[in-house]
Design a protein around this ligand. Structure first.
Ligand SMILES: [Zn+2]
Length: 109
């Protein structure tokens, strides 16, 4: 089991460094981890400047950590509520990952 905070420090903000809309750099305080699993973490980040939100799925695999993000208008509370109504399965995580890869926006340069 990986330690979340060290994982986040070493990978999270390296992969997701700034807001895709206004390019403001995120600070670690802007991010909220919504779900921690052994192989994936779901994070919600709110930009301090333009207040846009992104949802980030970090996948921890044998080859390392990858992340995909998408702009959302859900608050972190919304995400948590929806997540409980519709339990996320491994298939959903895989599907989300595949779907997002097709329309991935560059999170880091
Ligand atoms: Zn922004």
């Amino acid at each position: 089991m990986l330690d979340t905070s060290s994982l986040f420090h070493s990978h999270g903000l390296k992969l997701i460094t700034y807001c895709p809309l206004c390019r403001t750099h995120y600070s670690i305080r802007d991010a909220k981890i919504l779900e921690e699993r052994e192989d994936s973490h779901l994070m919600h980040i709110v930009c301090r400047r333009c207040s846009s939100s992104i949802l980030v799925l970090m996948l921890i695999g044998e080859l390392g950590v990858s992340s995909v993000g998408m702009v959302t208008d859900l608050t972190s509370d919304d995400v948590l509520r929806l997540k409980d109504v519709l339990p996320v399965t491994d298939d959903d995580v895989l599907c989300l990952h595949e779907c997002l890869q097709q329309e991935e926006f560059p999170l880091a340069e």
